[in-house]
Design a protein around this ligand. Sequence first.
Ligand SMILES: Cc1ncc(COP(=O)(O)O)c(C=O)c1O
Length: 412
Amino acid sequence: MISPDMNQVRGRFPALAREIDGRPVAFLDAPGGSQVPDVVIEAMAGYLRRSNANVHGAFETSRETDALIDEAHRAAADLLNADPDEVVFGPNATTLLLSISRSIARTLGPGDEVVVTRLDHDANVRPWLLAARDAGASVRWVDIRDDDVTLDGSSFEASLNERTKVVAFTLASNAVGTIPPATELVRIVRERTDAIIACDGVHLAQHRRIDARGIGADIVVCSPYKIFGPHLGILYGRRDLLEELDPYKVRPASDALPHAFETGTQNHEAFAGWVAAVDYLARLGGSRPNRREALAASFTDLIEPWERELAARFLEGITSMPHVRLYGIADLGRLHERTPTFAVRVGDRHPFETAKLLADRGIFVWDGHYYALELMERLGLQETGGAVRIGFCHYNTPDEVDRTLEELAGLG
Ligand SMILES: Cc1ncc(COP(=O)(O)O)c(C=O)c1O
């Protein structure tokens, strides 16, 4: 049962589309890309209709575009607790990481080491492997624990030494939902090395307010299209680091931060949608004069507790289904260590077959490896199709959890 407090919370989330061609559907695919509120769509259309232009012109629409770009940086800075000039936009998180890893590779050399994990999406693995390859540096891997698919703390510590120059780890696994203790991991790295720390916040950002400054990492990426906004990528870079690095850029482009790292013409209509998405998130928590505080409150007071109830309901439901095998934290007392994203196998069905059966019943979930390639290989699932990913977020309802449980029960 949903607690009375939570029933009040429910009324605060706007209704999003739950039908396709008149057929009711449950979107449980937010870890792959979230649904978008109407205000976001309208802001994008409004920009294209009224203000569409390139930057730094003498005319009105160009000046509006300049102002919008500044506002998009401020919105991201408010969401991530950073300064606007530490926020770099790009087409997606992967491109931004590949791009900055080239600049960082120039600071590496033979004998240096980079550390990556088996829990991460390939977007925060491969760029660092390529950087190490190009610089002649070595790679160390952090393992996961078999029982609950969390990062193995002793493997993490053992990977660090005075030669470590980059440490990359995720703030949450897009495959199994694990949330590593980021602030603690950063503290351990800082005690032992002067490495650049790159965190992948792409999955976490739709579930928790990410405090980039509080975590203390040098780089944090996230993707607006998973935070109820349009297709874009964001890279937070600590100012000192961005100032030290040599960006790959064309000559006429600005040398000032953050634009030196923003190559080419940006997606201005998506910036309009992004600002609307951040404002939508800020408004969920009620009206507060300060957007930064409002965002923090929306996540802590509404999104997190609501999602925790959905997660508990789902976990309780599958405990009575021996044919559903969960990979990841199952303990109801440890919901703060995971997002409501669940990787499962149902009987001996291929994950695609399970996802298709659910899709036929109007429940949209992912199957496969979702680019968390190392993890699926490490779990021994990759060869047989990965896993089914059922991912809830704040706009999902207890009824959708129950419908999903009913369908899963029927697949036994
Ligand atoms: C955890 C995680 N990191 C990185 C990415 C890559 O993000 P983008 O699509 O913005 O490149 C994804 C996308 O699914 C993801 O889930």
